[in-house]
Write a protein that binds this ligand. Sequence first.
Ligand SMILES: NC(=O)c1ccc[n+]([C@@H]2O[C@H](COP(=O)([O-])OP(=O)(O)OC[C@H]3O[C@@H](n4cnc5c(N)ncnc54)[C@H](OP(=O)(O)O)[C@@H]3O)[C@@H](O)[C@H]2O)c1
Length: 277
Amino acid sequence: MKVAFIGTGSMGSLLIEAFLRSGALHPHNIHVSNRSSHKSELLARRHPGISVSGSNADVARGSHIVFLCVKPLDYPVVLSEIREAVSEKTIIVSITSPVQIEVLEQQLPAKIAKIIPSVTHSVHSGASLCIYGDRIQSEDRLLLEQLMSSISIPTIIWETQVRIASDISSCGPAFISFILQQWAKSAAELTDISEQNALRLGAEMLLGTGKLLTEGGFTPEELQRRVAVPGGVTAEGITVLSSSLQGVFSSLIRATHDKYDEDLNKLSHLFPVDSSN
Ligand SMILES: NC(=O)c1ccc[n+]([C@@H]2O[C@H](COP(=O)([O-])OP(=O)(O)OC[C@H]3O[C@@H](n4cnc5c(N)ncnc54)[C@H](OP(=O)(O)O)[C@@H]3O)[C@@H](O)[C@H]2O)c1
């Protein structure tokens, strides 16, 4: 199977390396291109067998799956370059949230999927958010979900949910590690633990909490009841959190959705929707 990656920046190279580590893909399956050649050449030096091209059309041509790992505003150039190189059999996977499946279906003759990954896939963890266009058949879904399940938990969502779901699964690692960092800083300021030790304890705690909430079968409420005995120190902490975090997550969701609307607006000028289809 030939799998192409157009764009080998942060997410493109993370996906390639995660697929290689999982054994789902081998270097000879992988064909890459990137605007500036040094990133793709570095990747090919690290993983001999990966084939590199300076042309997006060349890597897309004859590929079974083409991952588009460029930023939203770079889509018009990439789509116009690969339009003639893909067919109705090619599966295109867009990894960015604001470029709509409808737009991609208008721009390319191919089958379109949107799969939003997360940095957590580099440790074969986290949910990948899967949305399929109408041309995707059940065997295509099976192929994509087999591939994604080698590095993540594929999770089907609606396109209307893509922003909020990406906030949690893709932006979440940045948000949660920011909270952990603030907690560790305060711990080091107010007590004799070092920030580094506080961070290490926090990271292990996050890992364990994630396991309890998934494979452990706990709900957040059950977990809180289990730890926060009435009159104990945890209950005191929960009281502080419930008053201090009031409204914080609503503001966060509003901020990410406002930025998303801005991106959608910029893209609507680049890709006016063709209502004749
Ligand atoms: N980072 C995350 O955690 C994450 C999570 C989920 C989804 N995403 C999505 O993934 C996409 C890529 O993000 P990223 O963080 O990987 O960005 P990035 O590090 O900037 O990578 C984008 C890559 O695309 C290349 N590129 C741009 N135009 C191109 C063209 N015409 N032909 C070939 N390659 C081209 C860039 O090449 P140059 O070297 O020339 O700049 C760059 O290496 C974004 O749309 C983002 O929304 C990211």
